[in-house]
Design a protein. Structure first.
Length: 613
């Protein structure tokens, strides 16, 4: 049994991963999955409604699932359909996260009435929206970097409510419960109403029609300006990004007298959802989908793939596998060393392969290189570090590579998850970054340098922890770790240096100067200098194993500052990645690394290992 244990575990892991990739099923009679695959344009990118629903919930409450006040589970697509077409139901879903005590008091909320003590429904604080907006406007007058925790909480909730209301106003007139019925009566009369709108005012003009024209014109104009997404595809021959809002499309129909089939389809499926008519809803969705298939096959293919990608959640599965790999590699030093080491390596390899598939899928969907924003940089930095760990484990076969891969891979995916809370992770590129060549050379090379520098630091952490807290750091292990750290730092130095030079060339082409002492440029240069310092002091014999480990750990601080710290400054030509939410996490990380360096400097007598010198 022990002989075949590795093979059995490998098969079981592959089967479990395959189950996560299977096609999802509808939770009920309504074909909500087909609705989720419908493409819409949001912020310059065509994406499925499935993505819109998921990212909206992440921005509002930090998770994608919704539960009713009675504890029933509601899918993200059911929530979106209720929000669009049954506002009286959706307004009772507790999807707004409020945790700051002063904000809870301002809105007359208590943790006892919130889901999980922190999630609330719009109807619970609807009467306080005016005060919320007033406080948010006051906070808007304060620079983002110096806002208090209360001000940040107020602005975040105000923005979440605004997103929610803009979503509601995308396909129906916001605040008009009878809009769908009015629209159903309006459609057959559209030619005559349009003719009325085009005629000059006179005695023959119908007062009723004139009022109706004015009312619908006002509603359509409001929807056009208020809409969050554009679900109506452009006419044949138009630009691919010229998608239209429902309100704007109905305004055009009011002028031409001809209803747009896509706008009619959204009205039909909305009435079916509101009336709980499953067959009518499914018929409307499938008919609309068939009409899109002929005109936009490439768009629908990407929409379908992205929807499957969302449901498969490959990075979530990878995170679980990395944790299992870490535990397996850690326990291999105590029980079944050969079997657990092989199992841990298999888990790392499967997680690495799954992450690779996820990154490649994102590249295909975006038509971009792997690193385009902070979220994708977290994915790639973790991926690169794990790739190096796989190489180390293949050659050394001592579980250190697997343990480090599990630790670094999981940490990178956790960072990526929190970065995803800001919205769509496949956003359109800023003009200054809109170059696939430089994204594939400078940005990727720099990210590989980040990966290697972090990996050297985490290997050094393992060296220190094993030397101080255990007796497992024997001479062979210490020498192996020292060689790993040294080799990875050499690798990191090369890529960091080349990436920095490539960045200077890109800057010269974009801004007319090779170097300007920009904070981001300084951060990249510091990484190169620090890695070069480590190599020189090691070559000169100024440090031994412990000194090398301490210097490598400080490399974690240097790299974290270049990766995230300079973005928090919000200045310079590289300030397009501005963020401030992770400030205290960064401070905590730096404090932990400094503590580890202090431990590494303890006298050898304080180490439990005898080979710490």
């Amino acid at each position: 049994m022990k002989k075949n244990l590795s093979a059995v575990i490998t098969v079981l892991v592959l089967l479990a991963v395959a189950l996560t990739l299977r096609a999802p099923k509808n939770p009920g009679e309504f074909d909500t999955l087909a609705f989720g695959r419908l493409p819409v344009l949001v912020n310059g990118r065509v994406k499925p409604l499935d993505t819109v629903a998921r990212t909206s919930l992440l921005m509002m409450q930090g998770r994608q699932r919704v539960t009713t006040s009675k504890g029933a589970r509601v899918s993200h697509l059911e929530w979106m359909l209720d929000m669009l077409y049954r506002a009286h139901v959706a307004d009772h879903y507790q999807v707004f996260e409020v945790t700051h005590p002063d904000l809870l008091s301002l809105l007359d909320l208590s943790t006892e009435t919130g889901a999980g003590g922190k999630r609330f429904a719009l109807q619970q604080f609807a009467g306080k929206l005016g005060e919320l907006d007033r406080q948010a406007r006051l906070a808007d007058g304060t620079e983002r970097a110096v806002r208090t925790a209360f001000q940040r909480a107020v602005v975040q909730l105000r923005d979440s409510v605004a997103l929610y209301q803009r979503l509601q106003g995308s396909v129906v007139a916001f605040g008009n419960a009878d809009f769908l019925d009015q629209l159903a009566k309006f459609e057959p009369r559209l030619p005559s109403v349009a003719a009325t709108a085009q005629r000059a005012q006179g005695p023959e003009h119908s007062t009723e029609d004139a009022k109706q024209v004015q009312e619908f014109s006002r509603m359509f104009a409001t929807m056009d300006s208020f809409s969050y997404f554009r679900p109506i595809p452009p006419a044949n021959g138009a630009e691919a990004n010229a998608w239209r809002t429902v309100g704007g499309t109905w305004s055009e129909s009011l002028a031409s007298g001809k209803a747009d089939p896509s706008a009619v389809a959204f009205g039909s499926l909305g009435r079916a959802w509101r009336d709980r008519d499953a067959s009518g809803f499914n018929l409307a969705v499938r008919a609309y989908r068939q009409s899109l298939d002929a005109a936009w096959p490439a768009v629908l293919t990407k929409s379908d793939v992205e929807t499957r990608f969302n449901s498969a959640q490959p990075f979530y599965t990878s995170a679980i596998l990395y944790v299992a790999a870490f535990l397996g590699g850690f326990l291999s030093g105590h029980k079944l060393p050969d079997h657990l080491r092989r199992i841990a390596f298999v888990l790392v390899a499967v997680a690495f392969g799954l992450t690779t598939i996820g990154i490649v899928t994102r590249m295909w969907l975006e038509a971009r290189p792997p690193v385009t924003n902070l979220y994708s940089s977290a994915l790639f930095v973790g991926w690169g570090a794990v790739a190096l760990c796989v190489v180390l484990e293949y050659f050394y076969r001592n579980s250190i590579g697997s343990v480090t891969a599990g630790l670094v891979g999981f940490a990178a995916l956790v960072i990526a998850h929190h970065l995803a809370l800001g919205g769509d992770t496949m956003e359109m590129m800023r003009a200054v970054l809109d170059s696939n060549f430089w994204l594939a050379t400078h940005v990727v090379t720099i990210a590989v340098g980040y990966s290697a520098t972090f990996l050297a630091g985490f290997l050094a952490l393992i060296y220190v922890v094993r030397g101080v807290a255990t007796r497992s750091l024997d001479r062979a292990t210490a020498e192996a770790l020292g060689r790993m750290i040294y080799g990875v730092i050499c690798f990191a130095t090369i890529f960091s240096f080349v990436g920095t030079i490539l960045g200077g060339i890109w800057a010269d082409q974009s801004w007319g100067r090779f170097w300007g002492w920009d904070p981001k440029e300084n951060g990249a240069l510091i990484i190169v200098i620090w890695n070069a310092i480590i190599l020189h002091v090691r070559w000169a014999g100024l440090v031994k194993a412990r000194g090398l480990a301490a210097l490598a750990i400080f490399g974690n601080i240097v790299t974290a500052w270049s990766w995230f710290g300079v973005n928090m400054l919000g200045v310079g030509l590289h300030s397009y990645g501005f963020m401030d939410a992770a400030f205290w996490w960064l401070i905590g990380f730096v404090a932990c690394q400094l503590a580890a360096i202090a431990v590494a400097g303890l006298p050898v007598a304080r180490w439990r290992s005898a080979v710490a010198g």
